[in-house]
Design a protein around this ligand. Structure first.
Ligand SMILES: [Zn+2]
Length: 557
């Protein structure tokens, strides 16, 4: 009774708010989608982002230096920068001393065309410096619909936050706003009024006190990083420093940027996060950013997986099972989003579905299998099945994250349905093959687990996981991926009782092939019905069999 009540509480407090469709009333701006040739023609190497941030006027002055390599000969390239900003100059180094020359540019609906006088050739390095200023878009519903937040701490100090995942980093700086191009290096130089402290990605290289009552925080991330993780948060933060030993034996530095009001609560969250790290390292391999840091930053919005500076805004609340579901979730994205990154938002589920699976697996880890099954059943009940989890065509983020046709609320299936599809795959191919496949999706080889210089990271898609799962299980899994991920509808398991026989058959959209086995409980004993050609038969005496008593297989209800 106690156990099931706790499980019920978990479902109520944790699973439902995550899975339920969330009304946003507003749609994010575009990020990702089909790549224009003027964007495909270069490969970003680094962004150096300088921002002078003024919370009084809610404005910023910025300069971004992008370095890139030309991949297709071109005399024009396209950057994204949100429309509220005014660009005063686009320039490139002349190559003589430190002088710069202007480049011609043109702006059209959030994009910047930069023209070269002569075609730049494949392999050529380019450097573009953009100077701009303005009042950035305020986030309508951070973190889901993003932008800037000009919040106040409980003591009334300025608390600045930026969340850009579904909208793209072009809401803050000029960028190639596409998930397929993570820069190898991202530097940030954030100037804020004293006593604000600006937290950013990677390592803090120094703080410079300026004569005008501001300070500049210099951050440098030397592992590839998604555009939406190149953000900052600022408040009169205090820091808690600690460290944790990785499964590799290396020491991972931990830094928590926390409001002074909550300082005492920080230690416990760090201790919790160490447990989450051990859990993730066990299943997914080593913490990927050992050469940088395990960073946590307290934010006025719920949270976001910013690599090496996880945004945390769950108010230090622990659920009925004693853990912080938000920290568990966002931190797990260091593997599923930041180590392994979908190269197009059509595969957003590799971030959210894989991580949601891990969230529920953690429940199995600390509470046992019954809690895991209860959570998965709940996730299965909440699937919407209106759009494919992993569509084949290129998508901008909100087309996958939010629900068709108006994209004003979240769809949720990339989370919950993604997790249950992995759960069903676990049943189909068995724990050994499944957990090997999961590990290989994170790190394809043992050698990759040893890298800390950025080579550990990969851009991936759904077919990569199909290939790995097929290799590990030695099974053909096309039919499984096609049905569950490439189209929205669920299969229906039809059972007909004649005398002492139950006939089972799969009914699928467009008669898609589906040979998913299913457990059947006959007189208290569970047996697996193989369902070759989508059909199976069980004979019984006494009470009719219970089909799929544990809820392994995702089906239409
Ligand atoms: Zn997430």
């Amino acid at each position: 009774m106690k156990q099931s009540f706790r499980t019920f509480l978990f479902l109520l407090l944790v699973a439902l708010p995550v899975l339920a469709q969330r009304e946003h009333g507003v749609r994010p701006t575009d990020t990702g989608g089909p790549l224009m040739v003027e964007q495909a023609s270069y490969d970003v190497h680094s962004y150096d982002v300088t921002l002078n941030v003024d919370p009084k006027t809610k404005s910023l002055k910025g300069k971004t230096v992008m370095t890139a390599r030309i991949t297709i000969p071109t005399n024009v390239i396209v950057l994204d920068l949100d429309t509220p900003f005014t660009i005063t100059r686009v320039a490139e180094p002349t190559g003589l001393d430190n002088s710069m020359r202007d480049l011609k540019f043109e702006r059209k609906s959030g994009k910047v065309w930069v023209w070269y006088p002569m075609t730049r050739q494949t392999g050529e390095e380019i450097t573009i410096e953009t100077t701009y200023a303005g009042i950035p878009r305020e986030a309508p519903r951070a973190p889901w619909v993003g932008g800037f937040m000009w919040a106040k701490t409980p003591s009334g100090a300025d608390w600045i936050s930026v969340a850009l995942q579904n909208d793209g980093a072009d809401l803050m700086f000029p960028v190639k706003d596409h998930p397929s191009d993570k820069p190898a290096i991202a530097a940030m130089h954030i100037t804020v009024p004293d006593p604000l402290v600006a937290a950013g990605p990677g390592k803090l290289e120094g703080i410079k006190k300026n004569p005008d009552g501001t300070s500049t925080y210099n951050w440098r991330m030397t592992n590839p990083i998604a555009n939406y993780s190149i953000v900052f948060n600022a408040a009169p933060y205090r820091t808690i420093e600690d460290n944790v030993k990785s499964v590799t034996g290396e020491n991972i530095p931990i830094v928590f940027y926390i409001l002074p009001e909550n300082y005492e609560k920080g230690r416990k969250l760090i201790e919790e996060t160490k447990k989450y790290n051990a859990f993730y390292e066990k299943y997914n391999g080593p913490f990927p950013f050992r050469s940088q840091k395990l960073g946590i930053v307290e934010t006025p919005h719920l949270g976001m997986e910013h690599s090496t500076h996880i945004a945390y805004g769950n108010k230090f609340e622990y659920n009925a099972d004693g853990y912080d579901w938000l920290m568990l979730h966002e931190f797990g994205h260091e593997w599923w989003a930041n180590l392994v990154t979908a190269s197009d938002w059509r595969d957003f589920w590799i971030h959210e579905g894989f991580q949601s699976f891990m969230d529920t697996l953690y429940l199995e880890e600390i509470k046992g299998k019954d809690a895991y099954f209860a959570s998965m059943k709940n996730r299965a009940k909440n699937t919407r099945n209106m759009q494919p989890v992993a569509p084949r065509e290129s998508k901008i983020a909100y087309q996958v994250y939010m629900a068709e046709p108006d994209y004003l609320k979240s769809d949720g299936d990339i989370y919950g349905k993604g997790a249950v599809v992995l759960h069903t795959l676990r049943y189909l191919i068995g724990d050994d093959a499944f957990f090997r496949a999961l590990r290989r999706m994170a790190y394809p080889t043992k050698q990759m687990e040893t890298f800390t210089d950025g080579r550990q990271e990969r851009l991936v898609n759904t077919d990569d996981f199909l290939t790995i799962a097929e290799e590990e299980s030695k099974m053909d899994l096309d039919w499984f991926f096609e049905l569950y991920l490439r189209q929205p509808k669920l299969p229906r398991l039809v059972s007909e009782v004649t005398g002492s026989t139950v006939n089972l058959r799969w009914e699928t959209p467009n008669n898609m092939p589906f040979r998913m086995p299913v457990d059947v409980e006959v007189n208290g004993k569970i047996q697996r019905i193989e369902m070759k050609d989508g059909k199976g038969t069980i004979n019984f005496t006494g009470t009719p069999p219970v089909i799929d008593p544990k809820g392994w297989v995702l089906t239409a209800q």
